[in-house]
Write a protein of this length. Structure first.
Length: 453
């Protein structure tokens, strides 16, 4: 699958494409007369010269001539509904010789035929001439039928061999409160776009074919959608969610505003063998979340939230000076890191373990147990400001450098504690950590999952 460049990847939710030889005549996808097209397909335009958006419209009409979708391509930022949430997005993604256009959600019906029409001046070459001669700017295709009833495993990827072109298309196809565990298999390649899994779509798994090969990428941030509940690349509000064996990243550039790769506002979420990447606020975790064998990259508060989260055998990679964590938990919640490695990109010299304003979040809690930390973590460790610290629960035990040499924790901020052996035993058991939140044994849940074809 093609690899598109940020920052123009606003809310792209995948691509429907296959190999094509570019000629002077633009290639339009889905092809004229194509059948079995996924209902969440993108409109693609390929040429052997650079393509640009001009001014004009795109319309999609059904066989009766009724317009089912309309886009004014001269308007850069538009609005779409993703998983029930209204989000601002840019519908056109541009690569040198390729343009992809995302239709509004849910406009194409299974088994129906549609005609796409583009104004000739909507797509231009470098010289300002139309890339779409009148004889090629209108074409038709047919959407595939509905998937078989009861199907609980589907594929997402490029081309007609996959059930969907986007993860969101697959999410939307599954019913609420499924009595079995639906599985979305992400094929190898880069699938662009935002994902919203609303409350009720419980017991859903998103599984990649390869940790670095199956990549979900979306562009969203607080500037585009100014709310901590709207700005993530993937937003999960359904319980018993599971993500494994893939990469998820928010392609917002450095210093480009708060931009989560993943937001979880749900209970009993499992994140297993994944890479999560952004800069500020990479993971926002509220509810109960178990994270194992994952890589989390970012710089400012790049792990944060109000929930209870347990990280085991993970790598936390600081990309710039900043802060690993901001826990906004209430009494009984917090974040535990067991057997994790805190690493850094070249040039990073100061990324603290956590920061908090005690007058705002008096019950903030974080524990680093048997973790290895690079020299970029300052000796003082913690940034604690304002208010009473009586309810604060920060501490470490068994900390080493990256080579395994024990570090002197006496030099840490005196407000943070060195845990006793008894406390370490208690905090190292995820079942006990989650006992106050949801009486959940995530280590057991991670070993098995019920699936059906």
């Amino acid at each position: 699958m093609r690899r598109f460049q940020a920052p123009l990847l606003f809310l792209l939710v995948g691509a429907y494409a296959h190999a094509a030889v570019l000629t002077a005549q633009p290639i339009l996808l889905p092809e004229f007369g194509a059948t079995n097209v996924p209902p969440d397909t993108l409109i693609e335009i390929h040429a052997d010269h650079a393509l640009h958006i001009g001014s004009g419209t795109l319309t999609v009409s059904n066989l009766e001539g009724k317009i089912v979708d309309f886009l004014d391509l001269g308007i850069t930022i538009q609005t779409n509904t993703v998983g029930g949430k209204s989000l601002r997005y840019i519908p056109v993604i541009s690569e040198t010789n390729t343009l992809l256009i995302q239709l509004h959600s849910g406009v194409l019906s299974p088994g129906s035929t549609y005609t796409v029409s583009l104004d000739p001046q909507a797509i231009l070459f470098d010289d300002g001439k139309s890339a779409l001669p009148a004889r090629t700017n209108s074409w038709s295709f047919t959407v595939r039928p509905n998937l078989p009833k009861g199907k609980r495993t589907c594929t997402v990827g490029p081309g007609p061999d996959c059930d969907f072109a986007t993860v969101q298309g697959a999410v939307d196809a599954f019913p609420n409160a499924a009595d079995t565990h639906p599985v979305i298999v992400v094929k190898k390649g880069v699938i662009h776009g935002l994902i919203v899994i609303p409350s009720g779509k419980n017991h859903l798994t998103i599984r990649g074919e390869g940790r670095q090969e199956s990549v979900l990428e979306g562009f969203n941030n607080n500037t585009l959608n100014p709310s901590s509940s709207l700005r993530a690349a993937c937003d999960v509000e359904a319980d018993d969610f599971r993500m494994e064996n893939l990469t998820l990243r928010n392609s917002t550039p450095y210093k480009g505003s708060q931009a989560e790769a993943l937001r979880i506002q749900a209970d009993r979420a499992l994140l297993l063998g994944c890479d999560f990447s952004s800069f500020q606020d990479t993971l926002q975790l509220s509810g109960s979340v178990y994270v194992k064998d994952c890589l989390v990259s970012g710089d400012v508060d790049f792990i944060w939230g109000e929930g209870t989260a347990f990280f085991q055998d993970c790598e936390l990679r600081a990309l710039h000076d900043g802060y690993y964590l901001q826990s906004r938990s209430d009494d009984g919640g917090g974040f535990v890191f067991l057997n994790c490695r805190l690493t850094a990109a070249p040039g990073v010299s100061n990324n603290v373990l956590a920061r908090i304003e005690c007058d705002r979040f008096p019950y903030s809690a974080a524990a680093y147990l048997n973790c290895a930390m690079g020299p970029h973590v300052p000796k003082v460790g913690w940034n604690i400001q304002g208010g009473s610290t009586n309810s604060l629960r920060y501490g470490e035990s068994g900390t080493t450098d990256l080579a395994g040499k024990p570090l002197d924790l006496v030099v840490r901020n005196p407000i943070a504690r060195i845990f006793t052996p008894e406390e370490v035993v208690e905090l190292s058991d995820p079942k006990k950590v989650f006992s106050k939140a949801s009486f959940w044994d995530p280590a057991k849940a991670a070993l098995s999952i019920k699936t059906s074809p």
